[in-house]
Design a binder for this molecule. Structure first.
Ligand code: GTR
Length: 325
């Protein structure tokens, strides 16, 4: 709840009357699969504080963490239909809906986290954010999701051959199913919240993710072999429902866009610290880390690029991302 001093309240009412009562003290509901305290959750809270401050309380944000509003694929649909106002999600689950998101989700498209940041902070990033709009969403900002690597309950993976016969959970996107299959393993798309028990009961042998997710989801407890192949550096994205967006004045839309961008450096600072903390925590708890020669993994991904960069525009997007120094 917001408690505003009388004067501010008067100003608020006057503004509300001039732009329509619908925008007076609106609490925007935001979804996140991660627990409270996770860098993405904290960054969206910071974004909300900036929005509340800069709109004099006309808008505020409440973050529903820990998948309280549902798993990512479902919450994306609800956001498109305006049931949820905001959503912080990986780009992966958008691959089927927004073709442009397939490209930054391709394995090894980014040479490093620095490369990813440079691309997503620039013109290409803005172009990908704009690509959400025809699909009922407004792309606001990208956050870091680090590098994702394979982990499993069976054995250390040092080469592609070691992956053979293992079954991995992937995010709900065909790109990742094909990626795992091109490496000779089996893939099962599955909601994040089901992965722990699926590994525990042996339905799957493992999954793939960054250090913070590997730790905070508890997956490290049931899959202690983590291989540093770093096949994906998929950015996270903060989106708003276009249905909600269209009720907001152009001035407040601008404030919201800027506040989202302004929360990015804060997220990255938290992210860098959390990666280190999570890496140390899983090693202390007994995870076994294997270094991997990435060259054969990179070479095996060629068919994935051919299949998913399947229009001249998407091919061009690949080339432009690779050309960013
Ligand atoms: C995490 C990401 C989540 C979710 C999860 C997953 O790294 O932050 O948004 O996509 O991975 O694997 O489902």
């Amino acid at each position: 709840m917001l408690h505003l001093p009388k004067l501010a309240m008067g100003a608020l009412v006057a503004t509300a009357l001039s732009i329509g009562a619908a925008s007076a003290q609106t609490v925007l509901r935001s979804s996140d699969t991660h627990p409270d305290g996770y860098p993405t959750v904290e960054a969206v809270k910071r974004f909300g504080e900036l929005v509340a401050e800069r709109t004099d309380g006309r808008y505020s944000v409440e973050v529903f963490h820990s998948a309280q509003l549902g798993e990512e694929a479902d919450t994306i649909e609800q956001t498109r239909f305006g049931v949820i106002d905001l959503n912080r999600v990986s780009l992966g689950p958008f691959n089927g809906l927004v073709p442009e998101t397939k490209i930054p989700s391709l394995p090894y498209i980014f040479r490093s986290v620095e490369h990813m940041r440079k691309v997503m902070d620039g013109e290409i990033g803005d172009e990908i954010l704009a690509a959400f709009e025809p699909h009922g969403l407004i792309g606001l900002a990208f956050y870091d999701g680090g590098a994702r690597s394979f982990y499993n309950s069976e054995k250390p993976i040092a080469s592609i051959d070691d992956l053979s016969g293992l079954k991995f959970r992937v995010m709900q996107s065909d790109v990742f199913v094909d990626m795992v299959e091109a490496l000779g393993a089996d893939a099962t798309p599955m909601p994040y919240g089901e992965v722990y028990s699926a590994i525990e009961t042996g339905v799957i042998d493992g999954a793939e993710n960054n250090w913070p997710s590997y730790e905070t989801s508890g997956h490290a407890e049931v899959a202690k072999y983590y291989s540093l192949d770093q096949h994906l550096i998929v950015p996270e994205v903060l989106v708003m429902s276009k249905t909600t967006w269209d009720t907001i004045s152009p001035e407040d839309q601008e404030i919201i866009r800027q506040a989202a961008k302004d929360s990015v450096p804060y997220q990255r600072e938290l992210w860098d610290a959390q990666e280190e903390k999570s890496r140390e925590a899983v090693i202390a708890a007994g995870s076994e880390i294997t270094e991997v020669d990435k060259a054969p993994f990179i070479a095996a991904m060629e068919p994935i690029y051919e299949k998913y960069a399947d229009t001249p525009e998407l091919k061009d997007l690949v080339a432009r991302i690779q050309a960013v120094e």
